[in-house]
Ligand binder design. Sequence first.
Ligand SMILES: [Zn+2]
Length: 80
Amino acid sequence: MGSEATILGYVLAHEIAHVLQGIARHSATGIMRARWTDNDLRQMGIRVLAFTPEDVQLIRRLLAHRDASAGCSELLSAKL
Ligand SMILES: [Zn+2]
């Protein structure tokens, strides 16, 4: 079983991932599961609870889009 600090860390990772994914969804397993099970809490204790590949893909997609947008605004301001 994970300590309260460990669980808090996973709660923060879960909530930050919601922001970074930019859509309201949960996964069937892992950090983005809507309700963690006792087994999930045990996995937190040994630091092996993870994001699913789909969760990682969604985060990377939004970050890539944001990077591209930032590049465009830099380009526009450079022309002004
Ligand atoms: Zn959630």
